[in-house]
Write a protein that binds this ligand. Sequence first.
Ligand SMILES: CC(C)(COP(=O)(O)OP(=O)(O)OC[C@H]1O[C@@H](n2cnc3c(N)ncnc32)[C@H](O)[C@@H]1OP(=O)(O)O)[C@@H](O)C(=O)NCCC(=O)NCCS
Length: 183
Amino acid sequence: MPQPVLRTERLLLVPLADEHLELEVELDADAEVLRHLYGRARTRDEVTASHAERMALGRQVDGLGYWMAFHGDDFAALMMLPPGDRPGEAELGYRVPRRQWRRGFASEASRELLRHGFATVGLRRVFAQTMAVNEGSQAVMRSLRMRYVRTFHPVWEDPLPGAEQGEVEYELTAAGAVSSPVG
Ligand SMILES: CC(C)(COP(=O)(O)OP(=O)(O)OC[C@H]1O[C@@H](n2cnc3c(N)ncnc32)[C@H](O)[C@@H]1OP(=O)(O)O)[C@@H](O)C(=O)NCCC(=O)NCCS
């Protein structure tokens, strides 16, 4: 089963392909979008390397990978549901161009990815991680009714501002998704 095209009320989610590289480059050219991820904008070469890694991860587990979300012709979000380290798990992620923030796109697209992940792929658990200081990212997790699991403290070579507060992990299990539907 290859990654399907997915739809929500407002968005079309298309499996990431080479034709999307320019949009990824543009997205990561905004340092504010990457504030809690890299603390700076990324170069074309860096994004090209990430694109290749994303495409490779998209080939690992049927139905999992990366999607580009579009609102009409307008790019709305890079959505991530690559496999986690353990079978039956995947990691949810999202990156929205700044002009599209606070329009409900990250949560709307995530709800569809969670539905797809549990109902179609048969995942047991979806988790998401972010810096504790990344309020926006955690607000999305909470709006999806994901459950706070833990705070942890990775050792960084070059820590970003706020790194001392650690990283947080949230999760949703298949059982939780059934008892409290996300969409
Ligand atoms: C975090 C991010 C993905 C949110 O995307 P978005 O499309 O604006 O989020 P939504 O509009 O779906 O908002 C979902 C909820 O989060 C809240 N929210 C969004 N951004 C917020 C912020 N910066 N601070 C506080 N709450 C925020 C919304 O109000 C909404 O709450 P509600 O469900 O109670 O109404 C976006 O700001 C982004 O791309 N940031 C940079 C990349 C990043 O940090 N990604 C996560 C890395 S782990």
